[in-house]
Ligand binder design. Structure first.
Ligand code: IMP
Ligand code: MG
Length: 176
């Protein structure tokens, strides 16, 4: 099987959309401080470009989580590989995610973060595959709704590769 990537969203289109979202988020918080929480590793590129364009006092932190599938662990179906560094009580949290697919990860992550008593929790995702949703997630800002295809680039990977592409591509598998 040979892998082939075709462009879906250009670097310019990504930049333009990130600027638009940053403007909306800036207006929404109206000068209040926010703590952005980047979900590693896929959201790194988005988070970096987004925070540079937020005209607000910003702090940032990082989390790394992995999905447990359907098992019912006490942590609530996600395994926390890296937790937040600092307490979040009383803070305005802005979760920055790369893509929402089934919604499992964010469904449980939002509950976990809300249990730590922040002042507010909002969710911003660059990509959403709404057709694939199995778990309820309220998304506050979405960059692009995308069809049910596997995308790579701008932080998103296939087997840890392609994250460095500056654009978004669709990954195809061709017979040799
Ligand atoms: P969910 O828990 O099913 O919503 O899965 C979300 C996670 O699956 C994302 O944070 C990505 O890591 C991964 N994922 C889902 N769709 C894609 C895709 O098209 N390309 C790359 N990663 C994806
Ligand atoms: Mg992710």
């Amino acid at each position: 099987m040979k892998e082939r990537v075709t462009t879906l969203i250009s670097e310019e289109a990504l930049k333009a959309r990130v600027q638009e979202i940053a403007k909306e988020i800036t207006e929404f918080y109206n000068g209040e401080e926010v703590k952005t929480v980047c979900v590693l590793k896929g959201a790194v590129m988005f988070m970096v470009d987004l925070v540079k364009s937020l005209d607000l006092p910003v702090k940032f932190d990082f989390m790394d989580v992995s999905s447990y599938g359907n098992s019912t662990e006490s942590s609530g179906n996600i395994k926390i590989l890296k937790d937040l560094d600092d307490p979040i009580e009383g803070e305005n949290l802005l979760i920055v995610e790369d893509i929402i697919d089934s919604g499992r990860t964010l469904h449980y992550l939002m509950d976990y973060l809300k249990s730590k008593k922040p002042k507010s929790v909002k969710l911003c995702t660059l990509f959403d595959k709404p057709e694939r949703r199995e778990f309820d997630v309220h998304v506050d800002w979405t960059g692009f709704d995308i069809p049910d295809e596997f995308i790579v680039g701008y932080g998103l990977d296939y087997a840890q590769r392609y994250r460095n592409l500056p654009y978004i591509g669709v990954l195809h598998f061709d017979e040799d």
